[in-house]
Design a protein around this ligand. Structure first.
Ligand code: 5GP
Length: 176
């Protein structure tokens, strides 16, 4: 059944059941890979809030979690956009950090986040994303954990929005 979010029509794409099953698989892998490491999850707001919540509930080893948000603003000089991470502090020094993203498209956003996180000298950094668009990805670094590889089309739901709407949908929809 198609739904309308603002002015666009979307159709069901990844069911709640499939998301749930994949999130548990990812959490199980992380539980093994980070056993005894007390990782620090860095959840990138807003889009990854729902994914993060479900993933954390299925992660079965000691861990900590912080939320970060990319703030972009126009500088007063002609250097253009300056970006910072709200919520990032020095407590990540020497920690095994796992960045949680909702979606990686061109990779531009996660690249910026990686650079900013590296400045705080973590012991290691892994990138985990629920959705990945390989055709759009332009960077040369690896995405360590991927929930679903998807085609290069616009999706909403399960935390992802279209102009602020659709985040509350419990499954993922693709634009028609
Ligand atoms: P990138 O920097 O990798 O090109 O884009 C990442 C950001 O673009 C994501 O964090 C997300 O905010 C937005 N984005 C990219 N593709 C989609 C999509 O299909 N649906 C939604 N809702 N946002 C997307």
């Amino acid at each position: 059944m198609t739904i309308k979010v603002k002015d666009l029509q979307f159709e069901p794409f990844i069911s709640h059941h499939s998301i749930e099953a994949r999130v548990i698989e990812l959490a199980n892998r992380l539980t093994v890979d980070f056993h005894g490491k007390n990782p620090l999850f860095l959840s990138v707001l807003n889009g990854s809030f729902m994914f993060t919540s479900d993933l954390m509930k299925a992660f079965l080893s000691p861990c900590e979690i912080s939320f970060i948000k990319l703030a972009s603003y126009q500088g007063t000089e002609s250097t253009g956009q300056v970006q910072t991470l709200i919520g990032l502090n020095n407590s990540i020094e020497n920690r095994d950090v796992i960045i949680i993203e909702d979606i990686v498209d061109t990779g531009n956003t996660v690249k910026k986040i990686l650079e900013l996180v590296k400045d705080h000298k973590p012991a290691s950094i892994q990138i985990l994303t629920l959705l990945f668009k390989p055709e759009a990805f332009k960077e040369d670094f690896e995405i360590d954990y991927v929930g679903f590889e998807i085609e290069n089309k616009f999706v909403v739901g399960y935390g992802l929005d279209y102009d602020g709407y659709g985040r509350n949908l419990d499954q993922i929809y693709v634009v028609v």
